[in-house]
Design a protein around this ligand. Sequence first.
Ligand code: SF4
Length: 344
Amino acid sequence: MPLATVNTMAEEILRLQGVSKHFPIRSFRRFGEVVHAMDDVSFSLGKAEVLALVGESGSGKTTTASVIAQLYPITSGLIRLADPQAPDGFRSVSGKLSRKALLGYRKRVQMIFQDPFGSLNPTHTIEHILSRPYVIHDKVVYRRGEERRKTALKEQLHQLLRSVGLEPPQQYLDKFPHELSGGQRQRVNIARTFSIEPEIVLADEPTSMLDVSIRMSIMNMMLAFQEQKQVSFLYITHDLAGARYMAQRIVVMYAGMIMEIGTSDEVVQRAVHPYTKLLRSAAPAPEEGLKRNRLITQGDIPSLIHPPAGCRFHPRCPYAMAECSRLIPPLKEVEGGHWIRCYL
Ligand code: SF4
């Protein structure tokens, strides 16, 4: 696939162009082999857009968020961030960044992790955890008449906790993460993410480890933040219905590659790719149980060490043809802004 971006949005803030990420296997017996976590991934994120990345475990969606967050270097391709100073309005953030540049990048791009239990340091109080971003990024705001930095910081922390529904805030500051419920911890995570007012938030299945009863309130809270602060969101999930609720557009990934991109309504209601149809038909509807017209496929998600030749979905696809196992299908636009990777 050429290094093209796939978007209908006028103003973009982030572009991934042909990005691949291969993890070497650290085993003497498998020397030289790699895990193809992402291959030739191209998409762009619009300003104040919510874009959902959907797929099963092992589809490469978390790796995609992690390389954007600069947790790992990419193997090939380009990640570019909007920069008004750059000649064409974008600068590359694909290579290794200096400490200062990385700090600046993290100010603009923040991640919410899936695990509300593991992502907060258990030895620190909530006050310490939430103060760090303000101190590191020098965001403590002094107001006229206020003399002490500590007072100003505490006031900002109170406001922050109120904004995520943790009230009264003074009750939470001295607590340790283990004293909070899963939902309260994820609220603290979200508060920490938004404390430095990022432009892009990468939310990696932020509700998947929470009780169903509180998922909706967390999703609505993220949407309210996104709207108030006009933040761009990359929302990662395996749940197509949740993706549709949150996002304007959906990117469907399978075995490290993009299979379909389109507006949420297009992808959910008029899915074209057989894998998207499988995801849709596998979702149980509460009133009818598992759907009778479920798409029947065989096999499991393939090995990413030796991914199938040709279309990565062909060993499971009920419509596979001879050519499907020979060459990787290119991403093609079937109608304005709706792209699929399939020979059908
Ligand atoms: Fe199925 Fe072939 Fe399309 Fe792949 S390219 S999804 S195997 S029909």
